[in-house]
Design a binder for this molecule. Structure first.
Ligand SMILES: Cc1cc2nc3c(=O)[nH]c(=O)nc-3n(C[C@H](O)[C@H](O)[C@H](O)COP(=O)(O)OP(=O)(O)OC[C@H]3O[C@@H](n4cnc5c(N)ncnc54)[C@H](O)[C@@H]3O)c2cc1C
Length: 431
């Protein structure tokens, strides 16, 4: 390897062509650095392209405070980053590249074209304009450090490439067919970094409840309900009001994905093999109101079957299931059902407890929790505090959020800072 700063092959090498690496390479290129972007795949931005249901959820327009709240994994670390390059800056950035964006529910931003490839193509065109060299199909084997400084990278085919700044942007370990196979953690550890425990987040949860095993509710979606994860004492640790879905192995859908990391954390914290989740199908009413309403409906037509009296009260399949679960025959006349049973049915509508025993594995998760400890990263530059010339951005960091553009926002913002500051550091080295 050449001496750091002297006749390097590149000023900055970015490893990984996901949203964080693409943004980092563009930012470094804009600063006039000689940049090489290396990816092991034949396509850049593969995970970005499948985000937001394949329409590319590039960012989110909620206020910064709200975005941070939607990044339960160390979102607060990003406060300084947001003050330098915010979600509004991301929107302006894409508009400058000719990608008009539109806002959808919960502040989610998508390209007007609804085509994720248009976003990826705009980023690639910008790389070209800035003369960023791109190596595809080129897995990096290692990052090389000499005397406390980055000195280059080694490709898997044995080719060494020298540089004075390396940005590790290789993502986490989820959905490995997109290229994110967790290669970067070992390079970070070699530089002295701590990798906090990795775990799946934004992932469906599994359950061994008989009604799940028997697929009684498989395919049923409950809309706009409250889903909670409970502590062993039955207190809600987290509640999300969104849609959810019963599957053949457990629960899925937006509310469940958001709750999933709390299931993982609760199992770990209390050393549990099962955690309770609770479904509130009628979140705008109290249990007493639900009970009184049923009593009133039944009184007005006591001879009618209970399933017909309660038609439309909650989705039909769920209604039949909860009635039977409370020992009520759906065809029974409402007037013959005991108050005790009605009360217990009302309780189930408000708080149906499901024991869950884990999640699908990390590979199936939308996002990887854990990663390079943010305590060892400069929050304004994304520089390593332990190795000169080393920068991190994106999902490899111990930052994770809910789906909805929050992870991509984090990737783009940290990528922007890493790229800009790696270029500045490289220039200093050259001088
Ligand atoms: C199906 C799906 C939907 C999602 N939807 C959303 C959403 O709606 N909102 C949201 O905020 N987030 C969403 N996410 C998460 C989001 O896409 C990621 O957080 C984001 O892509 C992370 O960006 P990144 O640049 O850090 O890493 P990645 O996008 O994972 O990119 C890493 C890149 O590094 C390359 N690489 C890896 N190892 C090497 C190596 N050894 N050498 C060279 N290159 C290497 C890979 O090929 C890859 O191109 C979704 C994820 C999935 C899987």
């Amino acid at each position: 390897m050449k001496k750091v700063g002297a006749n390097m092959d590149y000023d900055v090498i970015v490893i990984g062509g996901g949203p964080s690496g693409l943004m980092a390479a563009i930012a470094a290129g804009e600063k006039g650095a000689k940049v090489l972007l290396i990816d092991k795949g034949d396509k850049l931005g593969r995970k970005l392209a499948i985000s937001g249901g394949g329409r590319c959820n590039v960012t989110n327009r909620l206020p910064v405070q709200e975005i941070i709240k939607h990044l339960p994994g160390n979102g607060k670390f990003l406060y300084s980053a947001f003050s330098i390059f915010s979600n509004e800056d991301i929107i302006k950035f894409f508009e400058k590249l000719g990608i008009a964006l539109k806002e959808e529910d919960h502040g989610r931003m998508f390209p007007v074209s609804n085509k994720s490839q248009s976003v990826v193509d705009a980023l690639l065109t910008q790389l070209e304009k800035l003369h960023v060299k791109v190596y595809k199909n080129s897995p990096v084997k290692n990052v090389i450090y000499e005397n406390g400084h980055v000195s280059g990278v080694l490709l898997k085919d044995g080719q060494p490439i020298s540089t004075s700044a390396v940005i590790i942007a290789v993502g986490g370990k989820s959905v490995p067919h997109t290229g994110s196979t967790g290669d970067g953690y070992a390079w970070a550890e070699k530089a002295g970094h701590t990798i906090t425990e990795l775990f799946p987040t934004e992932v469906p949860v599994t359950s061994n409840e008989p009604f799940i095993r028997h697929k009684s509710l498989q395919g049923l979606a409950l809309r706009d309900i409250n889903v909670s994860v409970l502590s062993p004492k039955g207190k809600a640790i987290i509640t999300h009001r969104m849609d959810m879905l019963f599957t053949h192995f457990g629960l899925s859908g937006p509310a469940v994905l958001r709750c999933s990391q709390f299931v993982v954390k609760a199992m770990k914290k209390w050393k549990l093999s099962e955690v309770m989740m609770s479904l509130d199908a009628l979140p705008d009413q109290t249990e007493e109101q639900v009970f009184q309403e049923i009593v009133k409906l039944v009184k007005s037509e006591p001879k009618k079957s209970i399933k017909n009296t309660l038609k439309g009260f909650i989705p039909e399949r769920y209604l039949l299931f909860l009635l039977e679960n409370n020992g009520i025959e759906p065809t029974e006349q409402g007037g013959t059902i005991s108050n005790e049973k009605v009360r217990s049915f009302a309780k189930s509508c408000k708080q149906f407890i499901i024991n869950v025993n884990g999640t699908l594995p990390l590979e199936k998760a939308f996002v990887t929790g854990g990663g390079v400890s943010v305590k060892e990263i400069e929050p304004q530059t994304m520089a390593s505090k332990l190795m000169n010339g080393l920068f991190f951005c994106g999902e490899i960091l111990d930052i994770h959020g809910y789906t909805g553009g929050y992870n991509i926002t984090s990737a783009l913002i940290t990528g922007r800072l890493a790229g800009t500051n790696a270029a500045i550091a490289a220039k200093k080295n050259r001088a």
